[in-house]
Design a protein around this ligand. Structure first.
Ligand SMILES: Nc1ncnc2c1ncn2[C@@H]1O[C@H](COP(=O)(O)OP(=O)(O)O)[C@@H](O)[C@H]1O
Ligand SMILES: [Mg+2]
Length: 420
């Protein structure tokens, strides 16, 4: 019969062989496991090495007495939570009070009555176990609450940020439309005015000196040529801004209550546009090559705004892993790459693979990746929420699958599978 928890045992501290044998017999008869120390010093050493569930401590002993032993045990963080019951013939109130004030939980007078010893030991073991399980519960709850709180704050931030981005995307759209929609007529007018000038030149080959001078000062030939180029770059610039504005609005689209059919390639592309600044060469970091190998995908019933969040979190991690590989210089001549592959399998699952040739993930960390708050990055760089949010969105919200393959030093691949 095992009365103490796990490998728990009771430590009896007494220098008197008769007392020891009475206590041992009492505990033995009830199946309690116990160990023995014959003085204070060795009791402390034993308790430090291997924490007992309970200590029965004699007061009068050679060397340090029970009070001092108790004081030292309570001062040591390793042993301070072990309940201590004094056993003694000193039955005066003063001794009892002193024992309690040092942190003892109970008092058993000598000579021992077996039943009393057993009853008190049992009560205190139970109390200790209850306290521990309560503490554990409080700890667990506190952790859960912290996680939930961080997630709430983060989600709140994301949605505020999402609204902001969508708003900016929308606001940019009008002015850039003024610009881009006015470029074609401007181009037409300029062509017409240029033609008119040429016609003048033809019809009046000998203009006045004033006109000849002005043409020369202006370098008319160059101006006419350059005007076309300027118009062209205005056109390209405004197309890029339009593209960005569309991507911003697509990326941060707020999802309706129900899933709607959406083009996941458009989601991936918008996300890449938003991450463009991190993909371009920057300082010591070379540009990251993105290799897209898109299959033909049907529209997928999903919350596209959330799916974009998944793409964003996984792509941002891939970029971090590549940056780190380059910074650490572990892979010289590394050409940083991200490969995005999409396909649909026979079971109507859309499969999206996002692979990088960055630092990779050590085997022992793999099972923790999707835990909220798990991060290997420094404070401020990582929150440890990216993958847990991605997991929640793919698995819980879309009945999908999120898997990872990785080889340390070679690279990592995340695989997203979403039912159509
Ligand atoms: N592509 C990747 N390559 C290497 N490690 C990765 C990759 N993606 C995720 N990880 C690891 O998973 C951890 C958790 O990722 P995540 O939940 O996004 O949190 P965070 O990026 O804030 O650290 C990262 O800290 C990193 O150690
Ligand atoms: Mg991340």
């Amino acid at each position: 019969m095992k009365k103490t928890q796990n490998n728990g045992f009771i430590l009896i501290v007494d220098d008197n062989p008769t007392n020891l044998s009475v206590l041992c017999e009492a505990l033995n008869s009830e199946g309690f496991r116990f160990r023995v120390a014959v003085d204070g010093e060795s009791a402390i050493a034993q308790a430090e090495r291997n924490q007992p569930e309970l200590i029965l401590l004699d007061i009068q002993m050679p060397g340090i007495d029970g009070f001092e032993t108790c004081r030292r045990l309570k001062a040591n963080p390793v042993t301070q939570n072990i309940p201590i019951i004094f056993t003694t013939a000193l039955a005066d109130t003063e001794s009892k009070t002193k024992g309690f004030s040092l942190g003892a939980v109970d008092y058993i007078p000598k000579p021992f009555a077996q039943e009393e010893v057993i009853a008190r030991v049992r009560v205190h073991l139970q109390l200790k176990q209850l306290t521990e399980s309560l503490e554990q519960q409080v700890n667990d709850r506190t952790k859960d609450l912290q996680k939930a709180q961080v997630q709430l704050v983060q989600q709140e931030k994301l949605s505020t940020l999402g609204e902001l981005i969508a708003g900016i995307g929308h606001e940019i759209n009008n002015p850039i439309n003024f610009i881009s929609s006015n470029i074609p007529p401007l181009q037409e007018y300029i062509t017409a005015v240029t033609e008119l000038l040429l016609l003048y030149e033809q019809e009046y080959p000998n203009p006045t000196a004033k006109i000849t001078n002005t043409i020369e000062n202006l370098d008319l030939k160059f101006v006419l040529e350059d005007m076309g180029k300027i118009l062209n770059s205005l056109q390209i610039g405004s197309e890029r801004i339009q593209n960005l504005s569309n991507s911003l609005r697509n990326f941060s689209r707020s999802d309706s209550d129900a899933k709607i059919p959406a083009d996941l390639h458009q989601g991936l592309d918008s996300t890449l546009v938003i991450l463009q600044h991190r993909l371009k060469a920057n300082g010591d970091l070379p540009g990251i090559e993105v290799i897209k190998s898109y299959g033909i995908l049907p529209e997928v019933n999903c919350y596209l705004g959330q799916m974009n969040q998944v793409f964003m979190n996984i792509l941002a991690n891939a970029i971090d892993a590549l940056d780190e590989a380059i910074m650490e210089g572990k892979k010289s001549n590394l050409i940083p790459q991200i490969k995005i592959t999409t396909e649909i399998d026979s079971e109507k699952l859309v499969i999206i693979r996002i692979a990088d040739n960055g630092i990779g993930i050590p085997e022992r960390l793999k099972k923790r990746l999707f835990e909220p708050l798990f991060t290997t990055k420094t404070v401020g760089k990582g929150t440890g929420l990216g993958l847990s949010i991605a997991y929640q969105i793919v698995v819980d919200k879309h009945n999908g699958i999120l898997e990872v393959n990785s080889q340390p030093g070679i690279g990592t691949e995340f695989i997203i599978k979403i039912p159509t």
